[in-house]
Design a protein around this ligand. Sequence first.
Ligand SMILES: *Cc1c(COP(=O)(O)O)cnc(C)c1O
Length: 718
Amino acid sequence: MNNVKEIIPNNFNLPERISRLGEFAYNLWWVWNPETQRVFSWIQPTLWERVNHNPVMFLKKVASERLQAATEDEEYLAHYDQAIEQFDRYMANGDTWCANEAGEVNKGQIAYFSFEFGLHESVPVYAGGLGILSGDHLKEASDLGLPLVGVGFIYQQGYFTQTITEDGWQETRNYYLNFEEMPIIPLLDADDNPVEISVMLSDHVVWARLWKMQVGRVSLYLLDSNLDQNSPVDRQLTARLYSNDLEVRISQEILLGIGGVHALRRLGLYPTVWHMNEGHSAFLGLERACEIIKQSGVSFKEAAEEVRKTNVFTTHTPVPAGNDQFPVWLVEKYFYNYWSQLGLSRDDFIQLACHEQPWGETFSMPVLALRLSEYANGVSKLHGQVSRKMWHFLWPEKEEQDVPISHVTNGVHNGSWLARRTRVLFDNYLGEDWMEHIDDIAMWDKVLDIPDEELWAIRRHLKRKLTMFANRRVRRQWLSNTVHPVQVIAGGAMLEPYSLTIGFARRFATYKRGYLIFRDFDRLLRIINDEDRPVQIIFAGKAHPADEPGKMLIQQVYRAVKDAKTGGRLVFLEDYDMNVARYLVQGVDVWLNTPRRPNEASGTSGMKAAMNGALNFSIMDGWWYEGYNGHNGWAIGDGTEYADHNQQDDADAEVLYNVLENEIIPLYYSGRLGDSMSRGWMEMVKESIRTLSPQFSMSRMVKEYTRNFYQPAAGEKK
Ligand SMILES: *Cc1c(COP(=O)(O)O)cnc(C)c1O
């Protein structure tokens, strides 16, 4: 079946002494090993920035004299040799957590399906939180030694770049990715032709070729429909993320769910556990049932029962209307020749995923996924409750609390989000091997041993780096002569390196309420412009191109940011991506989040901020409902949900201002001299790092998925 070659296109003309750089470029392991990143950046730091930290593009563009110089630099070579040694040790290590703790899982394979994977800014095929969660999941699976393979799309166009006009309107630029300049490996057959799979789309066949991205020890297989033999429309199926066109959407989901199963088979892979991250890939359950029916002639009911036992489904959407669903006529158009293969009638087939909505019957992907999965979960404790309530109608015979949807609270991959300097600090105080015990709560007590002064110095350093990053960007814009001067200020030209700095960065969707802090603008101006205790707030985030209210929200924020009365202390950083996110979560003092409860299923950016020593200030929603302990940040409100949105906004804004004025600002500036260190602040920072780092680590999360779902699905006794 397989006969598949992967040939790393390592054609960089590297000097022999450093030839393994080519291999590094094609394994994203370096992304979470900052010392190894330096084997690239060292050679030419400015180029490394210009190529957006893309090692393949970097090696294609770097001048050969620079490479030659590196081979003559003893310090560089020592660094290089050490990175190679670490990498080889990592890749060869069989003594992993999974091998030791989850033997049955270790013998098989887990397939992990997601519409988007956010691994690094140089592979911009993610839109936001869902993708970054998938990316972090893969990195952690690699670290823990889980035999996991990812399945997704490589989009021809990266998720759009955002610029903001002088009037605050979001403009989007789409661009084509050059796959030859990306860390993706083409898969070839015995005759050196691309490995391809096909699916039926309504009345015709669509082909997709397969690429592979290597993420440490984990492989991510990516489908690409941009092939000559496909029609122009079908070639566009993997053109971009989240189309609003329902025909495109259902075709994409067929390609991912059904095509993804075909892809794994083509590669000779027979996973023992199948994990659907969100409902987009739920058709995989049907295709697996179809395989069983073809092989053994059993009924759909029996086949589905077998499939169910090894399917895991994670839902992320707390709002019924936000869930992926299709009109019934569209499903008929695409599946009229499929339900008979399952031995089902049209009605039985539609009934599998039917969700009655106020506007009529729909075919719901989460309903399909829930029906075909033994294991289902929301992504925080609160979201688990919300999900059980939302999907209760599927189990009318059960009490709400017995609806079989549990929760695994999200986490973030510490190695990917921690600042390098903070990692070194932890190496010194938590013990050399602290990264192997990230989810060990007791280990984190050692944070209390870190001297305040050292931690404070790093916090200041990271805030200065953030300021300089914003400065560099607006200087480039100013030089390019494409922006109005006020945009240079709005983009952060006047940021100060040592003022109390608050970050607010996330997708601009209305439920996230980016406007909340502007509810009483005069009061906000008094807060930020206090000369003795200034406060600056940095905003960032994209709105989906079709989300008009989201774009209007950005405009509202941007108009306020531009106002001379803010003294340049409010800033909007354009084009939020993983790179901007790292600067922000590492550099700010306070991470603000103001969703309308209970709409934030989990949220993860606050976790990234916490582990770096920022303090969270958030609505009691999503992860913060679990994370907040009264001493490790601040809560907005007590979790009351108002029926009247206006009333809720008023109440939440009032608390927001009060806590800022009476608690956050006085505590930060309680050092005797201006911005000198506040002991009280440092105490809270340590409490936040100590309590939140293990609890919201990807390590805790993936181990929980393994114990609760992967192990039983793989037939392992607890
Ligand atoms: C972490 C992250 C997100 C998700 O953050 P939320 O808190 O869930 O909104 C979105 N985009 C980027 C670039 C991120 O790094």
